[in-house]
Design a protein around this ligand. Structure first.
Ligand code: 13P
Ligand code: SF4
Length: 318
């Protein structure tokens, strides 16, 4: 028998065909959203898909900065967000006036900005990065240049350690990843020594010290897919990623890394604002469109394109 969810999914498919729309979803979305998407990926892959796709309409089931990147890379496309309140604490922690003042204090430095930032911040940036290409991008910057890295402090500190490159770091954080508890993770790892710990680099250093694999959402998924010796994994990132991990290896046990206290606060409240109902409404009305001012689009496209070029091994001018 057809359920209400089935009817909703059928409507979304119809609306998609009617507008020739493409649905892109981030790994942190609910499983039922990932399952109706044309493509599910990390923030780098979503930016690459958004740019390549021939569709005139893109619905981005993720957070606003991801939809803004799609709009900046393809300004003629209609880019829809199911919920316009889907922000990100890293965007909130890097207001443009303060970020710009920081840049002004360091003339001649290369500003590297994580894509988890506003379009205005990208517009004053030399090159953007995601967690999956950040190391490559830092290594491509000439040795004699000072580097400003923001807005994620934990990712920046991890990259300094990994590359040996000194950088000045902006004090922003992901409100979800900072809540993992190093103390409780240590206890969990001690009682489950057979389970590798997989962690996103937005986690604090105290948590990352217990990680066996540190990487972007796609890297952590790849580890579950390829490390066939392991039958259990401890995962220190947003649990939306479990959906694809479990699809790839239904037989493995995935253990959520714990937060301090008893809160279940490792779900991203912004990613979880999106629902199938909101996706259907957005496609039906085409009203929840992401808008970026034209002058910001022109400027922000430069660091995003530089990032995409460096990601595929092309050289760029600094
Ligand atoms: P990824 O780039 O690994 O997809 O991460 C995006 C994000 O928002 C992590 O919190
Ligand atoms: Fe932002 Fe953190 Fe949510 Fe990612 S998980 S979108 S960094 S608040």
């Amino acid at each position: 028998m057809k359920t209400r969810r089935d009817t909703l999914r059928a409507e979304i498919h119809e609306l998609k065909a009617q507008h020739n729309a493409l649905i892109l979803a981030h790994y942190y979305e609910d499983g039922e959203i990932q399952d109706i998407a044309d493509f599910v990926g990390d923030s780098l892959a979503l930016a690459q898909w958004g740019e390549r796709a021939p569709n005139p309409v893109i619905l981005l089931a993720g957070v606003i900065f991801m939809a803004e990147s799609a709009k900046i890379l393809s300004p003629t496309k209609t880019v829809l967000m199911p919920d316009m309140n889907a922000g990100c604490s890293l965007v909130d922690h890097s207001p443009i006036d303060k970020y710009n003042a920081w840049k002004a204090q360091h003339p001649g430095a290369v500003m590297v900005t994580y894509v988890n930032s506003s379009a205005a911040v990208k517009a004053i940036t030399d090159v953007t990065c995601t967690s999956s290409n950040a190391e490559k991008i830092i290594r491509a910057i000439p040795e004699d240049r000072e580097i400003l890295f923001g807005p994620d402090y934990n990712l920046g500190r991890y990259l300094m350690k990994k590359t040996g490159r000194k950088m000045l770091l902006w004090p922003g954080a992901c409100e979800v990843h900072v809540l993992f508890s190093a103390r409780r993770l240590f206890e969990l790892k001690s009682s489950n020594p057979d389970a590798p710990v997989l962690a996103h680099p937005e986690c604090p250093e105290a948590v990352l010290q217990y990680a066996d694999v540190i990487g972007s959402t796609s890297r952590l998924l790849e580890e579950v897919q390829t490390n066939t010796k392991a039958k259990r994994f401890i995962v220190a990132t947003e649990p939306g990623i479990f959906h694809q991990m479990q699809k790839a290896r239904p037989e493995v046990e995935l253990i959520q890394a714990p937060a301090e206290g008893s809160c279940a606060c490792n779900e991203c409240p912004y990613m979880k604002l999106n629902t199938l109902e909101k996706i259907a409404t957005s496609l039906r009305t085409l009203t929840t469109q992401v808008q970026v001012p034209l002058d910001i689009i022109e400027k922000a496209r430069v660091p995003l394109r530089r990032m995409l070029q460096l990601s595929v091994g092309q050289k760029v001018e600094w």
